[in-house]
Design a protein around this ligand. Structure first.
Ligand SMILES: *[C@@H]1O[C@H](CO)[C@@H](O)[C@H](O)[C@H]1NC(C)=O
Ligand SMILES: *[C@@H]1O[C@H](CO)[C@@H](O)[C@H](O)[C@H]1NC(C)=O
Ligand SMILES: *[C@@H]1O[C@H](CO)[C@@H](O)[C@H](O)[C@H]1NC(C)=O
Ligand SMILES: *[C@@H]1O[C@H](CO)[C@@H](O)[C@H](O)[C@H]1NC(C)=O
Ligand SMILES: *[C@@H]1O[C@H](CO)[C@@H](O)[C@H](O)[C@H]1NC(C)=O
Ligand SMILES: *[C@@H]1O[C@H](CO)[C@@H](O)[C@H](O)[C@H]1NC(C)=O
Length: 398
């Protein structure tokens, strides 16, 4: 067994070192504080990873909510949040509160390792709740969108959202909120266009999101219609009927209690799904996944912040000024996006384009991956979904 793994590791490393000679990695490390060079999961990309300081300002909301003292208080908050005719959101959402700061955003710039990178187009990948940027480069090339994109010649930029993974973890109630995260995405896009990341001024930027990351990407197309040349929204719909089932099904724990080794230093406003079964419920659909992928997701699961839960309603809007093409890609059995069935009453992916993108290019597309849950990239169907996305981009000359 060990030999299979070491042969695999060797070949990944040899592809990676061959490609180190092809690209000037010193120059691609520009903008990172502490760049390290690592191969992608399948070795088809060579990546520069490290912190990028991002300065952003936003209008957050003062939340009338103090840090929960214990798990009883967290569970009670979720009960109040989900109860019929809840008044919790209006009690909690206060007045506008300006916020600004410089946050370390841990990021990964990945170049194709088997061919010359096309430095015209970059894809910015924004992950959803319960994951960090590794969602896009999950533990083998079968699941890695970064590898699939690299094989098609694309450079990708993924990052841990604020309060996630190796990025800064500020106050999870007053600071980690959707307005600030939206501005951080906007700033990163400006930096990619200006050449301040990787010493390459990318002319075309494609936004690719998953779930909450798709909601941020949509908000970007609403507020800054010039930022992106195209947007790919995965695990996303305009139907919120599955959200309560999803939130309840995660069985939210205080992250510091759930896993003191990984999260012991975080304040109680950082929450996490409870057990591997809760993870399965929210993100997987059998028999379309390998149980090992579920266990890997559980071992690397990530937190989300109460500030994100309470300000979720501030995201979105109709992108009346966005004229680029949109691609919406869902798993057929996505729980939060579709309450477990994305084909009733109509195709949920098609509905997004009709409802939110009146001015989008008529070359927009959508795709529903059969028998697949919310964690699309962790299912056997991932390669087919990736091919759909990459074909969509090629059809739009990106
Ligand atoms: C690589 O990039 C660095 C920084 O931009 C530059 O100083 C160096 O000369 C480049 N090396 C080659 C071989 O082009
Ligand atoms: C409670 O919610 C239901 C369903 O959304 C709505 O029809 C009803 O008007 C609400 N009642 C009050 C008192 O707000
Ligand atoms: C803040 O929340 C408390 C309940 O937790 C409520 O009694 C109070 O009226 C709220 N304050 C504002 C300004 O909404
Ligand atoms: C918040 O910032 C906006 C501009 O973004 C400004 O108009 C407003 O006066 C600021 N409010 C406060 C309380 O500083
Ligand atoms: C899409 O738009 C282009 C240019 O605006 C137009 O030529 C083409 O006929 C349209 N195609 C469809 C299927 O509507
Ligand atoms: C790079 O991609 C752009 C489209 O984004 C395309 O026009 C250009 O021909 C490509 N360049 C190379 C060298 O493949």
């Amino acid at each position: 067994m060990a030999s299979i793994h070491s042969i695999f590791a060797l070949s990944v490393l040899s592809i990676a070192s061959a490609s180190a000679a092809m690209h000037n990695l010193t120059s691609y490390g520009a903008g990172f504080l502490d760049p390290t060079i690592i191969p992608s999961a399948g070795g088809f990309a060579i990546c520069i990873q490290g912190d990028i300081p991002v300065t952003a300002s936003a209008q957050n909301v003062r939340l009338n909510y103090t840090e929960p003292a214990n798990q009883l208080s967290v569970t009670n908050t979720i009960l109040e949040y989900l109860q019929a005719n809840t008044t919790l959101p209006e009690t909690v959402l206060g007045t506008a509160a300006n916020i600004s700061g410089t946050y370390n955003i841990n990021s990964k710039l990945c170049l194709p390792s088997t061919q010359t990178a096309n430095s015209t187009t970059i894809q910015i990948l924004t992950h959803g709740v319960a994951f960090d940027k590794s969602y896009w480069d999950f533990y083998s090339s079968d699941y890695s969108y970064v590898d699939a994109a690299a094989l098609a010649g694309y450079t990708t930029f993924s990052y841990d959202r604020l309060g996630n993974g190796k990025s800064s973890h500020p106050d999870p109630i007053q600071v980690v909120q959707t307005p600030l995260e939206k501005e951080i995405l906007h700033e990163l896009i400006q930096m990619l266009r200006a050449g301040s990341i990787g010493a390459t001024a990318f002319e075309n930027v494609v936004g690719v999101g998953h779930s909450f990351g798709s909601a941020l990407t949509v908000s970007n197309t609403v507020d800054y219609p010039e930022d992106l040349d195209a947007a790919v929204l995965t695990g996303f719909s305009i139907d919120s009927s599955g959200k309560p089932v999803f939130v309840a099904g995660l069985g939210l724990d205080i992250a510091a209690n759930n896993n003191p080794t990984r999260f012991g230093s975080l304040p109680n406003g950082y929450l996490i799904s409870s057990t591997v079964s809760n993870n399965q419920f929210g993100f997987f659909r059998a028999p379309n996944f390998d149980p090992l992928a579920l266990w890997a997701a559980e071992a690397t699961k990530q937190t989300f912040a109460l500030g994100e839960l309470f300000t979720n309603s501030l995201l979105g809007g109709i992108a009346t000024k966005f004229t680029g093409p949109i691609d919406v890609v869902n798993g057929e059995n996505d729980v939060p996006a579709c309450n477990g069935n994305c084909l009733v009453p109509t195709n949920a992916a098609a509905a997004v384009i009709r409802a939110l993108y009146p001015a989008a290019s008529n070359s927009s597309q959508y795709y529903t991956a059969p028998g697949t849950g919310h964690g699309l990239n962790l299912h056997f169907t991932a390669p087919v979904a990736y091919q759909h996305i990459l074909n969509f981009l090629a059809a739009n000359n990106l």
